[in-house]
Write a protein that binds this ligand. Structure first.
Ligand code: PSU
Length: 303
């Protein structure tokens, strides 16, 4: 394979010497948060990985290459840019071939991490089955990616704008392990509880790392979805969030928002409806996920 991968030197050395590396996505920067909180959060996430003993690898597409590890100036450029493509499996190659700038979703970041040899990836919330999918068929490519690319994705669950029961049904069908951390319920992104029983519960980074390594020994394709509850002090309780999400979805429907635009539209509107609290919660959960992902990467590196 001759993939157009450009690895930052520190990351390349860390991978060669078996140091823990954590992949980070960039759609959360370009489409998930407003400027300047997006770039501030991206920097904090990188600092969190370092403080926990790992090397951060933020991934994006620039100048015809998959960049694994971005410098400060590049992070800033990405965070400020208006015309950035939101890339998934379907459009990663065309973006690279045309030299456009693109940010990577969970699906595209998994592909890039796997090409680079990175096993663990931290994000906020994965995409999934949108409400009304029975008529719109809007299901994120993140789910299929989890079924085929062997990367452990540390999230706070699926974003609670989605149809969570259907999202986890699809993951079960696809054979993706959904692992709740430290509790019996799957968390719901901004909230610790979802009312949905977790298919698997594990309590430590070491156990999650051991499960990752065991999948490799079994030759199973696909990754693991780790669902790490948002820290209690940062959560917005489910009952409160449910009403906000319903209002936001009603407005998206009234305005005819569809396809890739849905998630960014809803996150932006929910930011307004919660007077910024949703963004604070999002930031807190991403940092917590980065910490756990680093602990898992360290345990995997120890073997
Ligand atoms: N986590 C966040 N905010 C985000 C995302 C994750 O806290 O915006 C991004 C991820 O890149 C994920 C994408 O892949 O949202 C899902 O978009 P969609 O629902 O259109 O598949």
């Amino acid at each position: 394979m001759n993939a157009p991968l450009a690895l930052d030197r520190e990351i390349a050395e860390a991978l060669l010497t078996g140091q823990p590396v954590v992949a980070l996505e960039s759609t959360i920067i370009t489409h998930g948060m407003p400027y300047p909180q997006n770039v501030e959060t991206a920097r904090e996430v990188e600092a969190t990985v370092r403080a926990a003993g790992g090397v951060p690898a933020t991934i994006a597409v620039m100048d015809g290459q998959i960049r694994v590890g971005l410098g400060q100036a590049e992070l800033e450029r990405l965070a400020r840019a208006d015309e950035v493509q939101k890339l998934s499996r379907a459009d990663l190659a065309t973006c690279l071939a045309t030299g456009a700038m693109g940010s990577t979703t969970v699906a595209a970041t998994m592909i890039a991490a796997n090409l680079a040899g990175i096993s663990v990836f931290a994000t906020g919330g994965i995409g999934g089955v949108h409400r009304g999918a029975e008529t719109s068929f809007d299901i994120s490519a993140d789910l299929n990616e989890l079924a085929q690319t062997p990367v452990t994705v540390v999230s706070a669950g699926a974003k609670a704008i989605l149809d969570l029961p259907k999202t986890f049904e699809v993951l079960e069908t696809l054979g993706v392990p959904v692992i709740a951390v430290g509790q019996d319920e799957i968390p719901a992104f901004w909230s610790r509880r979802s009312g949905l029983k977790a298919p698997i519960r594990l309590d430590t980074a070491e156990e999650i790392a051991a499960a990752h390594l065991m999948r490799g020994r079994l030759g199973l394709p696909g990754g693991q979805l780790v669902a790490n509850p948002i820290p209690a002090e940062a959560e917005i309780p489910l009952a409160e969030m449910a009403a906000v999400v319903d209002r936001a979805i009603a407005r998206a429907e009234a305005q005819g928002v569809a396809a890739k635009a849905v998630t960014p539209f809803l996150l932006d509107l929910i930011f307004d409806l919660t007077e910024g609290r949703s963004l604070e919660a999002n930031r807190a959960l991403v940092l917590s996920n980065a910490r756990l992902a680093t602990d898992i990467a360290r345990a995997i590196a120890r073997g």
